[in-house]
Design a protein around this ligand. Sequence first.
Ligand code: GDP
Ligand code: CA
Length: 318
Amino acid sequence: MRIVVLAGGIGGARFLRGLKQAAPDADVTVIGNTGDDIHLFGLKVCPDLDTVMYTLGGGINEEQGWGRTDESFTVKSELAAYGVGPEWFGLGDRDFATHIVRTQMLGAGYPLSAVTAALCERWQPGVRLIPMSDDRVETHVAVEVDGETKAIHFQEYWVKLRASVDAQAVVPVGADRAKPAPGVLEAIGEADVILFPPSNPVVSIGTILAVPGIREAIAEAGVPVVGLSPIVGDAPVRGMADKVLAAVGVESTAAAVAEHYGSGLLDGWLVDTVDAGSVAGVEAAGIRCRAVPLMMTDLETTATMAREALRLAEEVRA
Ligand code: GDP
Ligand code: CA
C-alpha cells in the first residue's frame, strides 16, 4: 500500500511513528512543510523537515518534541557572547551540524529535496521525506504593533512572541510561485491513501496545500483522503493553532477544521471521542466522520489512531 502524508513538525512526526507501527509494510511518502524555514546565522534551518527526520530516525528530544536528544548549547552561548542572536531560537550543537551540512549542499547547488534525501541517508526515517517545494516559501504573519500592521516571520510570531498577539493574516510568501518538489505530484498520483495527520491546518498543511498543483492533485487523485483533528475539545492539543485558525476565519473546533478543508478535499475525518457530538455535523457537510481517541500519548495509542484512519479510508473507498 502506498500512503502519502502531508506533515508539519511535531503533530505530523508523532503520527508518522504510529503509522509506521500500524502499517510496517506500507510505502510511505511524507510531503513536508517548508514554510517554517528560516535563515539563522547564515544557515538554512528547516524545523519541520528536521522534526520528522529526527523523530523517525530516533534522534529527537522526546520531551520537547523538536531538536536533538542529549543536546548542548555551546555554539549558541558563544554566539551570544559576541552579541549575535537571535537568542529566542534554540539551536543546539548537534542540531547545528545538520544545518551546516544542509547549507553547504545548497551552496554547492543541490536542491532542498536532494539535500533532504542526503540527510535522511544518515537518519533512515523509514519513509520517503520530500519537502513540498525546492523553491523558497516563508510564512509571514501580519500583526498589529503600536497601531501599525507589520509582517513578521512565522518563527518570530510563534517562538519569540508565543503567538501572544492576534494574527491578522497568515501569508505563505513565495508559495504562489513555488513548484512542487520532484516526486511530490508523482507520489500523490500513485497513492492508495492520502492522510492529513493532526498537523496545524493553517501553517503546516495549509502551507503545503498553497503550493500550486498540490491541492488540485490531491482532490483529483481519486483515492481516499482522511484527516485527523489537531483540535480536541475545542482547543489545540499543543501549541497555538487557535491563533492562526482565527486569522483565516476558522473556529477552533474539530468540525470547523474539517469544513475548512472541505468535502472537495477530504473524504474522511477523525475527531476525538470528546468531540463525538460533532460527528453528525461533519457528515452533513459531506465528510465521513468517526470519533476515536486522538491523544498521541504513546506509540501504541498513536498506532491505533493510524489504524482507525486507514480503516476509515477503506470505508470511504468501498
Ligand atoms: P509543528 O509544526 O511542530 O507545530 O507540528 P504540526 O503542525 O505537525 O502539529 C501541530 C499540531 O499537532 C497542533 O495543532 C496540536 O494541536 C497537534 N497535536 C499535538 N499533539 C497531538 C495529539 O496528541 N493529538 C492530536 N489530535 N493533536 C495533537
Ligand atoms: Ca512547524
